[in-house]
Design a protein around this ligand. Structure first.
Ligand code: SF4
Length: 339
């Protein structure tokens, strides 16, 4: 078995000199704050999380208990703009299950919604110092190259990460591996000369082969008609979505292009619609292209009517924030109700 102790020392030295040691979630042992950063960073860049989301969220929900006691709507509102809202819903559910403290074992963490092996290992090693590796996209690339492998299955990647792990200092090792992947072993032009893994790296002479490139998938397009019901006095109709993707976030009625458009049980006449423009939004597995129309109507006796100002207090998905920007500032456009 190879002795990696020199490599561990090289990784530690590199991290102290060049790693992002200043990141706030690397300067705390608060498992809640670390877990929050891990969830936010799953699909969002460090710079965005730092600039707009991490601190405001912690200020609003400073502890696991405060988060657990909040409503889902409050949590979704604080998550607005970050996307991938199932992360926020699971964060909230997990907080309710674990409050007042997150579990300090990998098994305990894995039992919570929204926590997979990588997140569990990250929290376990960063907050509790447990000797378990992390596995995000940058680490995967480094492992493919260090072990000169074109394709590794998940189980093989975890095995390789375990082999390489510095069990004496998993915190530094894991943080360093992510940074090395991000700044040194980049997908193009890796800086092998200054890489702390260079001495053991089997793939550096032909790094471009590892990992083998995947064929790019074509993103499917979903074309939608989006209606914005509006009353003559400028109130709009929205309701919480019930879809898996955007559940809990408020949205306008949406229809597949070509299907009959009905609202409140009545067919909508195309001539009654007022075009507002087009919106596009790219999700992880499809692209939405929507035509947005105002639908002038008489107000009906229910609570789903909101002024433009009221709408800003509701949790909205990115695409709906764009639609709100398109709404007229007065109700002049909507003066002629169709029914
Ligand atoms: S030596 Fe080069 S290819 Fe190998 S891990 Fe370091 S940067 Fe990547």
């Amino acid at each position: 078995m190879i002795n990696y102790s020199d490599t561990h020392k090289a990784i530690q030295s590199w991290y102290l000199a060049h790693g992002r040691v200043d990141l706030p979630w690397r300067n705390t042992r608060d498992a809640y704050a670390i877990w929050l950063s891990e969830i936010m960073l799953q699909q969002t860049q460090v710079a965005t999380v730092l600039a707009r989301f991490y601190f405001p969220f912690l200020q609003r929900f400073p502890t696991l208990k405060v988060l657990a006691d909040a409503s889902e709507e409050e949590v979704l509102k604080a998550w607005e703009g970050l996307g991938y809202y199932s992360r926020a819903r699971n964060l909230h559910k997990a907080a309710k299950m674990a409050s007042p403290h997150l579990p300090c074992t990998v098994e305990g963490l894995l039992a919570l919604p929204g926590i997979g092996r990588n997140t569990a290992h990250a929290v376990a090693s960063f907050a509790f110092g447990l000797p378990v590796p992390v596995m995000e996209a940058n680490v995967k690339r480094v492992l493919h190259r260090v072990f000169a492998r074109e394709r590794m299955r998940d189980a093989e990647l975890w095995d390789a990460a375990e082999v390489l792990l510095d069990r004496e200092d998993p915190f530094t090792h894991n943080q360093a591996m992510m940074d090395i992947g991000n700044y040194v072993c980049t997908s193009k032009q890796p800086k092998c000369l200054v890489c702390p893994l260079s001495a053991i790296c089997e793939g550096k002479a032909a790094w471009e082969r590892y990992p083998a490139r995947k064929e790019k998938k074509v993103t499917p397009l979903r074309e939608r008609i989006i209606l914005v019901p509006v009353t003559p006095d400028g109130r709009y109709w929205l309701s919480p979505r019930e879809t898996k993707l955007l559940g809990g976030l408020y949205g306008f009625p949406e229809f597949a292009k070509g299907e009959a458009i009905t609202w409140k049980g009545q067919e909508v006449q195309a001539l009654s619609l007022i075009p507002l423009g087009g919106v596009t939004w790219t999700y992880s597995h499809f692209k939405l292209q929507g035509e947005v129309y105002l639908l002038p109507v008489e107000p009906q006796g229910e609570n789903s009517w909101y002024t433009r100002e009221d709408i800003t207090q509701l949790p909205l998905a990115g695409v709906d924030l764009k639609i709100v920007e398109m709404l007229p500032h007065d109700s002049a456009l909507a003066r002629k109700p169709s029914r």
